[in-house]
Write a protein that binds this ligand. Structure first.
Ligand code: F6R
Length: 607
């Protein structure tokens, strides 16, 4: 979604703001802009499209000054255009904003009725006018922003400048992320950590309903009501390199290859190999009280949640439902005493997941979240958090966060199964040992299948439709394979439960349709193999994803991709790899924008 960066200090700020915005490009955007205090005025520069367009303008009209704000916009109100791009200026005031002001129609009418000339279609410009009127009336900027916030409904992270107060930025946050960066004689703000990593590691995470005054030598936090807030800075140990491409052509490819490391970090300190168990002290859940689990998530995280249901039911024998967060929220879903909600979200900011979890909590459910972004909104509202440690995921298409979510869901299921006395010590120990081997096996799968997946992608790059089939735990993996291909290569793809083919989708199959069938050695193997034969009998090009040494699968498939042998529960970590690689290479051969596919955003904070 949109990105915000702000700087107050002694350096020329335009290059710092641009650099920060570039590090936020992964959030998806369609226009960008900067505003810089410059000798008694604020200069604003905006451009549609990529940051290089803004840079081009900056070369013609340099912005000189040491206090400023920058923004990348992902259109929500009004099409992408220069006039709708942020920053928005009204009188002496300039504003950038992430989120959506829900009462914008009423505010617009009210401003227009009082003679205000509104230039853009955005909700943000309205905020600029509301603050500007107060500043013009003699109120200090901080108080003007504070009073304006009380008129706003909806979600926002805003940063505000005023010509009258050239040494400060006022920021405020409600339901959109905002972090403050503390330097020596310089201070920063941003909508996400990577924007600030080259400048500082000491960061303060703002909470909903808070404001801050940012000056070169201090940041002053308060609630919107004006109560002072004290909060310690957190030291972030991500290196700037971790947020860069490290020699790979795309972030997505780098992140696919980072999976062994990401899983290792996620498993670190969790596997009790001696006891054949999982350490889970922070869960602090009364196991006897949990009667049912409701998994809530969107997109790829929803696929991880679907796999989580197999784990929770299979290993912890607990009734489990999986819900798309967008369908759960607002339908007045039944939440029963003893329900545990597990909200799964890479960003921890997905609005549908946040609201769905909040609704369930209000109805009495306990909430455990699985998230990757430290201090994000969903973890903050949860009773317990089980972080994945994938590091920043920059490619819009989720890869390493998906597999680390699987790891956490599996570990939680083992933990719960042991405490519910339904998972045997032997099985638990075998799973723990198997998990410990997974990073190494993923590395082998990456090495062993990369070239083959690239070749297959080259062979089938022109296919207009692709099917992915799987049963059991492989069904969510098939869905995930199809989603990856759709979102980055724009090829139509469907994931199906293999047993469902004969009920309709088989009519789609002809010689032009590649069908990827997941065939790990599990209890579904024989039946999945039959489904592959059915597709082949209808002239499909069949690609089997099977365990190494599986001669039967090799015989019947046109192409076979082999993955290392593992316990059935662990196969998703390995079968997903060739699907990620296949999608990546199809997209790369097609020349699409792999890391920032059209119409998509990394953090979806709109409904
Ligand atoms: C697809 C993808 C999205 C996200 C979805 C939820 O590759 O990344 O489908 O999974 O938008 O996002 P989070 O996990 O941040 O809640």
């Amino acid at each position: 979604m949109c990105g915000i960066v702000g700087y107050v200090g002694g350096q020329e700020c335009a290059p710092i703001l641009l650099d920060g915005l570039r590090r936020l490009e992964y959030r998806g955007y369609d226009s960008a802009g900067l505003a810089v205090h410059s000798r008694g005025k604020i200069d604003v520069l905006r451009a549609v499209g990529k940051l290089r367009n803004l840079e081009g303008k900056l070369r013609e009209v340099p912005l000189a000054g040491t206090v400023g704000i920058g923004h990348t916009r992902w259109a929500t109100h009004g099409r992408p255009s220069e006039v709708n791009a942020h920053p928005h200026q009204a009188g002496d005031v300039v504003v950038v904003h992430n989120g959506i002001i829900e009462n914008h129609t009423a505010l617009r009418k009210q401003l227009q009725a009082s003679g205000c000339e509104i230039k853009s279609d955005t909700d943000t410009e309205l905020v600029a006018h509301l603050v500007s009127r107060r500043v013009a009336g003699g109120l200090p900027l901080e108080e003007s922003v504070r009073a304006t916030l009380s008129e706003l409904e909806g979600a926002y992270a805003i940063a505000v400048l005023s010509v009258k107060e050239p040494n400060r930025i006022i920021v405020a946050k409600k339901a959109s992320p905002l972090v403050l960066g503390l330097g020596e004689g310089e201070m920063f703000c941003a909508s996400d950590i990577p924007a600030l990593l080259p400048y500082t590691r000491d960061m303060v995470f703002m909470e909903d309903g808070e404001m801050a005054v940012i000056e070169a030598d201090k940041v002053t936090l308060s609630t919107v009501e004006g109560q002072p807030v004290e909060r310690e800075a957190k030291r972030i140990d991500w290196s700037p390199m971790m947020a860069e491409k490290a020699g790979y052509k795309h972030f997505m490819l780098k992140e696919i290859f980072e999976q062994p490391r990401a899983i290792e970090d996620t498993l670190r300190g969790r596997l009790d190999r001696e006891g054949g168990d999982i350490y889970g002290t922070e869960f602090e859940l009364d196991v006897a009280e949990i009667k049912r689990v409701i998994l809530l998530a969107c997109g790829t995280s929803h696929h991880a949640a679907m796999a989580g249901r197999y784990y929770l039911e299979g290993l912890a024998r607990i009734p489990t439902v999986v819900e798309l967060a967008s369908e759960f929220r607002g339908r007045d879903a039944v939440v029963l005493p003893g329900d545990l909600v597990i909200a799964v979200s890479q960003s921890g900011e997905t609005l549908d997941t946040l609201i769905a979890a909040r609704e369930a909590k209000e109805k009495g459910a306990k909430v455990l979240s699985i998230a990757n972004v430290l201090g994000s909104a969903i973890p903050r509202m949860s009773d317990a958090v089980f972080y994945t440690h994938a590091g920043p995921e920059i490619g819009v298409a989720s890869t390493k966060c998906f597999t680390t979510q699987l790891a956490n869901l599996l570990m939680f299921s083992i933990w719960l199964g042991r405490r519910r006395d339904v998972l045997s010590a032997e099985k638990s120990a075998a799973l723990v040992e198997g998990l410990a081997r997974i990073p190494q096996q993923m590395a082998e799968a990456l090495k062993g299948t990369r070239q083959l997946c690239a070749n297959l992608a080259r062979r089938y790059v022109e296919a207009r439709d692709v099917l992915f089939l799987g049963r059991g735990l492989s069904f969510p993996i098939a869905l995930e394979g199809a989603l990856k291909l759709k979102e980055i290569s724009y090829v139509h793809a469907e994931g199906y439960a293999a047993g469902e083919m004969k009920h309709g989708p088989i009519a789609l199959i002809d010689s032009k349709v590649p069908v990827l069938v997941l065939l790990p050695k599990d209890e579904h193997y024989e039946r999945s193999l039959s489904n592959l034969e059915e597709a082949k009998a209808r002239d499909a090009q069949v690609i089997g994803i099977a365990t190494e040494g599986d001669e039967e699968a090799r015989e019947v498939s046109h192409n076979l991709v082999e993955i290392p042998a593992s316990l059935p529960e662990l196969t998703p970590f390995l079968t997903v790899i060739p699907l990620q690689l296949y999608s990546y290479y199809v997209a790369d051969f097609k020349g699409t924008d792999v890391d920032q596919p059209r119409n998509l955003a990394k953090t979806v904070t709109v409904e």
